[in-house]
Design a protein around this ligand. Structure first.
Ligand code: TNX
Length: 506
């Protein structure tokens, strides 16, 4: 009998995957500190996830965590509030004020208890994402899963860590945008910038100007049928994102990139004639009429309705590539639009060209191409959002063989996308000037979520790490070994990624 017991226990220890060194986990973004204590927390003990009483706002995080653990273990996980810290299970609570940096957390995994302490709700959610990265990507229900014990303390380098999705050139529906939000959430990104309007399409319902979507929403690049979000659908996206600690920054691009609006309403054109819908990929040929009063009535209505749908502080006014707007008209226009946005209680973000205008307080200039514009913006008191096209554009091809994407700003292999520091990239722009980082995905060549995945993965985790982890803690040779371990994660999630030869995929 004792031989049988020994055999059975040997068999069990083989089938149980016991990794007890927390420092071996391939976290992306890399946390500030990780200390291992060499033991294992049995995941099936996570049958209860507790949330500190009075902090019910954390229940959403508990539920997202519970769902994932249920998928892995096959057994159900209950979430509930408690007035005192439990001795077993998972416990999510808020740290005392000033104990942790904003969005920061402490994650303590001991033999019986996993404790998440966040500086705020965002910190708790990010800690849960870290915890999820300690779990295997797939498991069959017979396995006993252990989480290596230890402590992680963590907080981000930049408060704003985002990605943009261009839903104007090609339309992406609510389900697809939710998938994009999930991608950001996995890597602790906290902003989704939606490029809602362009020459090829107007994608957000504006009740006071219904033809924007009735006409302007009806097509896309290549002549497909386009689409738009009703205000109800848009609210659903805002909420889905907020549950994952992501704010949506909506963009109405103007005065250029406006053909879809100019096709919908004749009066927005200087000659009073409606334009034809446009399904090509040229840029810089359209402009609102900057000296007509109706233009500003229109913008006031659009911004009013959009501000009402936007709990976050920002509205993006575009402002790029207005090649057919005279310089003085452009400056006059951007000045007026800033006042309209401010009147509706929102702060302004615009592409770096807007630095040519006067710039009111609290404006953020999004650096994409022009250093001179950007430094002029800083001199005028603006903050900078770093989206250098040659480093951070998700629509740039990886190399000359990439079947999607563009290369006007160069090729961006995975190492090139990762290997830069926002605070030292541009002379005259330092960390104090920088709000954060954003990786834009323009969609002239990208038509569906599989193609989105191919352009976004595996570069997105790198941009997330640039935004989160101090530059002194980052280097490509070490990063690529962690990224390599995420390939299986992508596969398990059905993500179609670019298998860069520079990454030693496992
Ligand atoms: C430039 S980046 C644009 C977009 C294009 C993109 C393609 C910027 C502010 N404007 O209109 O989609 O290049 O890479």
């Amino acid at each position: 009998l004792s031989i049988l017991v020994i055999l059975v226990s040997m068999f069990q220890s083989c089938s149980e995957k016991v990794e007890t060194d927390l420092t071996k986990t391939a976290f992306i973004p890399k946390p500030t500190t990780v200390t291992a204590t060499g033991d294992g927390y049995k995941l099936t003990n996570a049958s209860l996830i507790y949330v500190q009483e009075g902090a019910e706002g954390l229940l959403g995080t508990a539920e997202i965590l519970a769902e994932r653990i249920e998928q892995l273990t096959g057994s159900s996980v209950e979430t509930k509030t408690t007035s005192s810290p439990p001795s077993k299970g998972v416990y999510i609570s808020l740290a005392d004020k000033e104990q942790l940096n904003d969005q920061g957390y402490e994650l303590k995994i001991s033999k019986n208890l996993v404790s998440i302490k966040g500086a705020d709700a965002a910190g708790c959610f990010f800690a849960a994402q870290t915890l999820l990265q300690t779990l295997p990507v797939e498991a069959d229900n017979t396995q006993t899963l252990y989480i290596p014990t230890g402590t992680i303390t963590d907080s981000p380098e930049y408060t704003y860590r985002g990605a943009m999705l261009d839903v104007a050139r090609h339309f992406f529906n609510v389900e697809e945008v939710k998938q994009y939000i999930d991608f950001l959430a996995m890597y602790k990104m906290n902003v989704l910038h939606l490029h809602l309007t362009d020459d090829q399409g107007w994608r957000i319902e504006i009740k006071s100007w219904p033809k924007l979507t009735e006409i302007g929403g009806q097509t896309e690049v290549g002549g497909g049928k386009g689409g738009f979000y009703t205000q109800e659908q848009y609210k659903e996206l805002v909420e889905y994102a907020a549950d994952r600690q992501i704010m949506i920054v909506p963009e109405i691009d103007m005065p250029g990139h406006t053909n879809a609006a100019l096709a919908s309403y004749a009066e927005l054109n200087c000659d009073g004639k409606a334009r034809e819908l446009y399904t090509g990929t040229e840029v810089g040929f359209s402009t609102f009429c900057t000296d007509k009063e109706v233009t500003y009535q229109f913008i006031d209505d659009v911004i009013r309705e959009l501000a009402a749908l936007t709990p976050g502080p920002y509205i993006h006014i575009g402002g790029d590539e207005s090649h057919v707007t005279a310089h003085d008209d452009y400056v006059y226009f951007v000045n007026k639009v800033q006042d309209i946005v401010a009147k509706h209680g929102k702060k302004i973000i615009g592409w770096d060209e807007i630095a040519n205008a006067k710039l009111i307080d609290d404006v953020t200039v999004q650096f994409w191409a022009d250093v001179e514009n950007t430094t002029m913006g800083v001199e005028k008191g603006a903050q900078v959002l770093m989206s250098p096209a040659a480093r951070a554009y998700l629509d740039m091809q990886y190399d000359s063989t990439t079947h999607l994407g563009l290369h006007w700003a160069g090729y961006i292999e995975v190492d090139h996308g990762y290997n830069w520091d926002p605070a030292t990239l541009v002379e005259g722009i330092s960390k104090d000037n920088i709000l954060g980082i954003e990786a834009p995905l323009w969609s002239e060549t990208v038509t569906n979520i599989d193609e989105v995945e191919f352009m976004v993965f595996p570069r997105l985790p790198g941009y997330a790490e640039i935004g989160w982890t101090a530059p002194s803690e980052r280097n490509w040779d070490e990063y690529k070994t962690r990224l390599a371990k995420h390939g299986k994660r992508f596969e398990a999630l059905g993500i179609d990624y670019y298998k860069s030869a520079l990454v030693p995929w496992e």
